[in-house]
Write a protein that binds this ligand. Structure first.
Ligand code: ADP
Ligand code: MG
Length: 244
């Protein structure tokens, strides 16, 4: 998927200025950068939760021009193909874990309940929560809740999973349980875009790193080069030093 020359303004602030970025399929792209730099705005544009004022978005057979009205058909298709995972999980509090996971597949994909439940059980096993189908979100730790949110996103079989600081709300020991799941998904070549402040994780999981500061893309390339001690880019070096 690819964004070309996108512009996004909030009030009189130009958050994204002619931003062009590619997110390769089958790879994990990690976006890093200081708070307020525009990472969530980019991620949300990929899911059309944020609508840039102009620019193009190419995703498989979809070719969107943000200066034109986006058709509902394109919107629905792209939202379905880009599963979002948020920092604060956003689980439905009044539904069980299983209920949370089968909601989209039964309501949107029109899967039978039986099929959706069977798939949900597989996904819960995958995220290490096989026995938690009947639990309610408030009975889960943050790490468990986030793994349910990941299973819920996967249940829609999206082409891409978009994760916005998925472990920022978690204590380090709970964070690890979520990072393990993401590492496994990366190993399975699940297409992902992850925003994170965890530089050790970024280095391990990323096929590609994007560094955003003040809406500017200051780095777009391999993690090896990004984290190289002799990286000539002072702003990159200062940022990594400030994070580790
Ligand atoms: P990051 O995710 O890197 O912390 P964001 O993309 O959330 O950055 O925000 C980039 C800038 O856009 C910030 O200055 C933020 O205050 C502003 N912004 C983001 N979303 C909104 C919004 N819905 N309304 C107004 N300003 C926003
Ligand atoms: Mg953000």
């Amino acid at each position: 998927m690819k964004l070309t020359n996108i512009n996004k303004r909030f009030g009189n602030k130009n958050v994204l200025k002619n931003t062009t970025l590619e997110f390769p399929a089958g790879k994990t792209t990690v976006m890093v950068g200081p708070s307020g730099s525009g990472k969530s705005t980019i991620l949300r544009s990929l899911n059309l939760l944020v609508m840039p004022e102009s620019g193009q978005y190419d995703f498989d057979e979809h070719h969107l021009d943000f200066s034109q009205k986006i058709s509902n058909k394109d919107k629905l298709a792209i939202r379905q193909e880009t599963g979002m995972v948020f920092q604060d999980y956003n689980l439905f509090p009044n539904k069980t874990v299983l209920g949370n996971i089968i909601e989209g597949p039964t309501q949107v994909l029109k899967q039978s309940k039986k099929e959706a439940i069977a798939n949900a059980h597989n996904l819960l096993t995958k995220v290490g929560l096989a026995d938690y189908g009947d639990a309610y979100p408030n009975e889960l730790s943050g790490g468990q809740a986030q793994r349910v949110a990941i299973a819920r996103a996967l249940a829609m079989s999206p082409k891409y999973i978009l994760l916005d600081e998925p472990t920022s709300a978690l204590d380090p020991e709970l964070e690890l349980s979520v990072l393990r799941v993401l590492l496994q998904l990366a190993a399975e070549k699940q297409s992902m875009v992850i925003v994170t402040h965890n530089m050790v994780f970024a280095k391990h999981v990323a096929d590609k790193i994007i560094f955003v500061e003040n809406g500017e893309i200051l780095y777009d390339g391999t993690p090896d080069e990004f984290f190289a001690p002799d990286n000539p880019n002072e702003r990159v070096k200062n940022f990594i030093a400030s994070m580790t």
